[in-house]
Design a protein around this ligand. Structure first.
Ligand SMILES: NC(=O)C1=CN([C@@H]2O[C@H](COP(=O)(O)OP(=O)(O)OC[C@H]3O[C@@H](n4cnc5c(N)ncnc54)[C@H](O)[C@@H]3O)[C@@H](O)[C@H]2O)C=CC1
Ligand SMILES: C[N+](C)(C)CC(=O)CC(=O)[O-]
Length: 501
């Protein structure tokens, strides 16, 4: 059952709170924020700008309408009508206790409360709560709007049903919830990261490597493997044909050799902090933090898209998120009941920077993408959904004619006006007009769509509800003026006369 929430409250809007706010909003959920920091709005706006840019680059599916963002001076106001609350205040137990008590006092009784804590166990956070069963750890990874993992950790006070619901809420926002079986300090991710971090600090301290060299060892080496197979699956392959057993036999003894410093942490003296800071400045100081965030986001998107192509790991989560976005677009297209005596507006989008070509305007295949999305929205509108297709029926485009009429620039908001030029038992002749906000026509497209029996692989007559909905829109649509260019072939210009040129 869908556990989609309609309003989230985010308490704390810093690095992680800002990421949560972006993830909720971009998944169509309203967000109420409370953060006393004087620059909270600006910081959240900047994170949101990067997140919007990332989603425009990453998603194949049309983005869903953003949720509504509100800021509140008091925590009580922010949580008063939220059905889910995410706490992301600084990592201090006393502060978390104060904030959680305030949330519990003001939030609706059935609203769940997730904490972003990196290290505290849920039972520590639940101390003093009247209803501890509603609070759990939902530990995300930075940037929350792109990295799918969220660790869901409960204590004995939580019910399985509540933790399942928490996980489902996260899944609905495109995250990959991993339930941690038993609460433990720092959950799983940060225990692993701490071990690597501690060792890296020693390597810098002992002048074995600089910050840049350590990062190179990770990003040119095992970091690539971790993103797609993690640790155990990677080592299984490293054991050769004999697999994991052979790997353990061969490399197990090395675990007892003093390779790593394990729990020993170098004392963070001013000298060591400056050494790390200076090396980090030399490595990356030419970029602002926001620039580095964009570089990081673009690389993450590339990795996620590559994994999506293989439907593997985090790419599977992205594909599922896109499927949800496609379904939402179709549902909203079929929910609207347009005036059929005018062209229907069922799809709109905005032109992101990466859609431009070397001429500085929208590159040509993106026109087909926008028209293709508009066709999908129309088909959703007349009732073509998963249930219809799972009966072995679908609609294929068999012919397309696009006219490019203007230079479509970055950030232009595009609306597509769709009209049905005709239909019979098996075919639909569709016309799309792509216009900008001022109504200037940027391009038009005419398509012939064929209804097919996908099992037999041949054209077949349409069935209900497509037939019924087409009948309902026909009277109005048939009154529309047929565009003068409809049905026009590309003009024959012949060949130059060699006598003339
Ligand atoms: N930064 C990271 O990489 C990650 C952090 N976390 C966890 O997320 C939580 C927040 O960490 P960050 O976002 O990094 O910290 P941050 O310092 O960037 O943000 C904390 C925000 O909380 C606000 N705040 C302070 N007191 C508040 C109050 N009483 N009510 C509402 N807002 C308040 C601050 O003004 C600030 O904007 C911590 O529990 C941390 O362990 C989890 C995953 C990763
Ligand atoms: C540094 N940190 C412990 C706050 C990191 C995390 O909690 C997760 C992450 O995003 O690396």
């Amino acid at each position: 059952m869908s556990q989609r929430i309609s309003k989230a409250a985010c308490i704390g809007g810093g690095v992680i709170g800002g990421g949560w706010i972006a993830r909720f909003l971009l998944n169509g959920i309203d967000v109420a924020v409370h953060d006393p920091h004087p620059d909270a709005r600006r910081i959240v706006d900047e994170v949101l700008e990067n997140a919007r840019r990332a989603y425009r680059r990453m998603m194949m599916a049309p983005l869903c309408p953003e949720g509504r963002l509100t800021f509140h001076d008091t925590l009580a106001e922010a949580v008063s009508d939220a059905d889910y609350i995410q706490e992301s205040v600084p990592e201090r137990l006393d502060l978390k206790h104060t904030v959680i008590a305030a949330i519990e006092a003001a939030a609706p009784r059935d609203a769940l409360i997730g904490s972003s804590t990196s290290g505290f166990r849920p039972s520590q956070l639940q101390e003093g709560m009247a209803h501890p069963e509603r609070l759990f750890v939902a530990h995300p990874f930075n940037p929350v709007y792109l990295v799918p993992l969220v660790e869901i950790v409960g204590s004995p006070a939580n019910t399985e049903a509540a933790l399942d619901r928490a996980a489902e809420i996260q899944r609905e926002t495109g995250l990959k919830p991993v339930r941690i079986r038993n609460e433990v300090d720092a959950h799983i991710g940060d225990r692993l990261l701490e071990a690597v971090w501690r060792e890296a600090l020693w390597l810098v301290h002992d002048d074995v490597a600089t910050t840049e060299e350590i990062d190179d060892v990770i990003r040119f080496g095992f970091g690539l493997r971790w993103a797609q197979m993690g640790l155990f699956e990677t080592y299984r392959i490293a054991g050769g044909e004999a697999g994991m057993k052979h790997f353990i036999e061969q490399f197990g003894p090395a675990l007892k050799w003093p390779w790593t410093k394990l729990m020993d942490v170098p004392e963070m003296t001013d000298a060591l902090a400056s050494k790390i800071g200076d090396q980090s400045d030399a490595q990356s100081g030419q970029h602002s933090i926001r620039e580095l965030e964009r570089i990081r986001d673009d690389n993450l998107i590339g990795i996620l898209q590559a994994l999506r192509a293989n439907d593997w790991g985090a790419g599977e989560t992205l594909r599922e998120m896109e499927d949800r976005f496609f379904e939402r677009a179709k549902a909203s297209a079929s929910a609207t009941d347009p005036d059929y005596t005018a062209p229907m507006v069922l799809h709109e989008t905005r032109v992101p920077g990466e859609w431009l070509d070397y001429n500085g305007h929208m590159t040509e295949f993106r026109y087909l993408q926008v028209f293709g999305d508009a066709t999908d929205a129309f088909l959703g509108h007349i009732g073509m959904d998963d249930a219809y297709r799972s009966a072995g029926r679908s609609v294929y485009t068999v012919e397309t004619h696009i006219r490019h009429l203007a230079e479509t620039k970055v950030n232009t908001r595009l609306l597509v006006r769709t009209s049905v030029l005709g239909h019979d038992a098996k075919r639909i002749r569709l016309h799309h007009e792509m216009v900008d906000e001022a109504g200037q026509v940027q391009a038009t497209a005419e398509h012939m769509l064929m209804h097919v029996d996908t099992t037999a692989g041949r054209a077949s007559p349409m069935a209900a509800p497509l037939t019924e909905r087409l009948s309902a829109l026909s009277p109005g649509q048939s009154e529309l003026e047929v565009p003068e260019h409809a049905g026009r072939p590309i003009r024959d210009i012949g060949w130059p006369d060699p006598e003339v040129t």
